[in-house]
Design a protein around this ligand. Sequence first.
Ligand code: PLP
Length: 379
Amino acid sequence: MIYFDNSATTKPLAEVCDLVYQDLRDDELWGNPGSLHELGTSAYKAYIKAKEDIASCLSVREQELVFTSCATESANTAIRGYLSRNRRSGRTVITTKTEHRATLSVLEKLSSEGINVIYIDVDKNGCPDLDMLKNSITGDTALLCFTHVNNETGAILPLKEIIDIRDGSNRNTAVYVDFVQSAGKLKIDLKASGVDLASFSAHKFHGLKGSGLLYVKNGIRIDPFILGGGQQNGQRSGTESLYLLRSTALALKMSQEDIEGHLKNVSDINSYLRTELKKRGATILSPEDALPYVLNVSFDGFESETMLHCLERYNIYVSTISACSSKTKKISYVLEAMGVDRKLATNAVRLSFSRFNTMEEAKIFIEKIDEIYQLFALR
Ligand code: PLP
């Protein structure tokens, strides 16, 4: 199997699976971290240690992290929770139309509840119009919502510029950033970034589904989304799942090992595929300077879904628009917002890599593309 659909999800590491298996059988780790007896204390200690490990990978303090069930929950909590808690900061949110649905759906709902949502344009590379951003921030702007790396194209957000614009326009405006597709692939220093709220998802960096993270910068207050027993300092009630936390900590920690070397390997794979695919008449829709882990490509003469199923016959897995919305049969709203020609967008396929993909797989991929073109030419 050649798996080029790592933006949808990644294969859990064997080490992660082993840890979960051990944890579930461990005599000291199955207690409730909230219990006052010794069993609870062991679980609590392990829980704090897992938080510290994650915090150290992201350059934050463990108190600034909240464990959630997924990045979608983190996005919902961050956006809704911030606006609800900080009513006096304003009633306007600025974003783009290329955000993940986890952000856009929340904002659509909030808009129906009276929040003013401004969508700034993105250019052909998916980069937000920074002049428009500057001109749109007012005293009423409570929150900016952006994505660090776009899940469909790999476009990288000019985060520093955005933070500078915020700092120069309204320091009371908070910034929420979705780091789901960059975590484990780029070094992230949240403290230095200037971001106030951020989300992460373990299954995108070879951890498990059902485990997300929310970063809430020290001093930022949000209303909780899930109410109950007051766990996690009241920020997210519900008994903490120790094996999920520990598996996320391990997956994130392992993703940091030789992160630069992996980036280089994936860049080589990406460059090779770009060159070979262009020779075969395909159009590359990802920007030149995108994160190389994502390569969006439009195949001449093949609708996205046809190409996906042709490749599937060779045990090669890719994706059309994005896994969450690929059954809707529309063109990608991300490509649409970038102004990509409709025909090209109809034929767009996303290849997304992990640190475990190899150049050999890329070469086989190209061989199979040639076979597919030959097969169809014969008909
Ligand atoms: N944000 C981005 C950029 C994503 O790619 C995804 C998943 O596809 C999400 C958020 C949602 O993540 P989760 O599956 O953890 O809810």
